[in-house]
Design a protein around this ligand. Structure first.
Ligand code: CP
Length: 363
């Protein structure tokens, strides 16, 4: 368990200088539960197992009217602000639904052009304003480092509150990684635990923040081989490579995606993310279809493997593949609602109550 350190006892400059591992103890509560959710590095294997189990319990409890009544009473005294200033469908809606499942009343800002930011107010002041009215902020932003800055800033006011990173620039998307782990665990549970698997990441690995978070969480599982298949100019960042090497992970970086298919246990496709960031350069000098999965490619993929995608997709998975039992990306998306419910319940200390209800009524 991480021993808690306090954000109001460290300057922004000193906090900002820390490595991600060193930042992790500042994000937890005294009892070890997450408080802020910022980076994959703040989770350990025990917490991942706990969140996955809790997500399953919530999913099963929510099947009945009685169960939904129980869940929706748990946090009916809380309010959450969903501050999404970068486009989102799944993360926004699944967090919104997770709040509703737990009885939290959600509110949203999706377009700062109709807020007082148009009068010259800073983003920082806007977010501080939310802290006056709400008990939690769930934030998506294109600004690298912004969620982290607000985590520190609001912890140094008289009204600190949990902040969840729902996708921050090119940094990380930790809650996507949690639902990805849940999906992988569920996909392989029939054959034992998530271990001894070959996971292939494909596509825009330079800007794809989901891969940055998930590759780290996968280091907590035994003997997972990771392959990163991307065009040269969109290859996985050196910081991730260094991190995997430091954790003695067996990994490969390649531009030849198609050759990885026959040995993949899971293929994690991503789209080229040029709609919000142009810094990776022109994409016209490579063949998009070299980094796409076609119906023909499916003949090479073992029948026990799974195909994942954080979505949204463009061309990189042929929609004809959707009906293949190995395509789990729609299930993966729905898992997000349960995992995010589990995460919020844990942050507010309601996890044991849910487990108790489950044991008494559904076990
Ligand atoms: N996976 C994901 O983050 O999707 P959205 O951008 O639709 O939220």
């Amino acid at each position: 368990m991480l021993r808690r350190k306090r954000l109001d006892e460290i300057s922004w400059e000193d906090f900002n200088r820390l490595s991600l591992e060193e930042k992790a103890p500042y994000l937890v509560q005294a009892n070890g539960r997450p408080y802020h959710v910022l980076i994959a590095q703040q989770f350990n294997r025990e917490q991942l197992d706990g969140l996955c189990d809790l997500a399953t319990r919530i999913r099963r409890i929510a099947k009945s009217k009685e169960g939904m009544r129980f869940l929706s009473d748990l946090l009916c005294h809380k309010r959450a602000m969903l501050d999404f200033t970068q486009p989102s469908s799944r993360t926004f809606l699944s967090f919104y639904a997770a709040c509703q499942i737990l009885g939290i009343r959600p509110a949203e800002v999706r377009d700062p052009s109709i807020s007082s930011e148009m009068k010259g107010e800073s983003r920082e002041d806007s977010v501080r304003t939310f802290s006056s009215y709400f008990d939690m902020i769930i934030m998506r932003t294109p600004l690298q480092g912004f969620v982290e800055k607000m985590v520190w800033e609001l912890s140094n006011t008289d009204r600190p509150l949990p902040i969840i990173n729902a996708g921050s620039g090119k940094d990380q998307h930790p809650t996507q990684a949690l639902l990805d782990i849940y999906t992988l665990q569920r996909s392989f549970e029939k054959n034992g635990e998530l271990a001894n698997k070959h996971i292939v990441f494909c596509g825009d690995l330079a800007r794809g923040r989901t891969v940055r978070s998930l590759s780290r969480l996968l280091t907590y599982y035994p003997n997972i081989r990771q392959t990163f298949a991307a065009p040269e100019h969109l290859k996985i960042g050196q910081d991730i490579i260094d991190d995997l090497a430091a954790h003695n992970v067996d990994f490969t970086v390649t531009t030849d995606f198609k050759s990885t298919i026959p040995t993949a246990d899971a293929i994690y496709m991503t789209r080229i993310q040029d709609e919000w960031d142009k810094t990776a350069g022109e994409s016209s000098h490579f063949n998009l279809m070299d980094f796409a999965l076609t119906v023909d490619d499916m003949k090479q993929l073992p029948h026990t493997s799974v195909i994942m995608h954080p979505l949204p997709r463009r061309h990189e998975i042929d929609p004809a593949i959707d009906s293949d039992p190995r395509a789990v990306y729609w299930r993966q998306m729905r898992n997000g609602m349960w995992v995010r419910s589990a995460l919020i319940a844990t942050i507010f200390g309601r996890d044991q109550e849910i487990t108790h209800y489950y044991m008494m009524n559904l076990k």
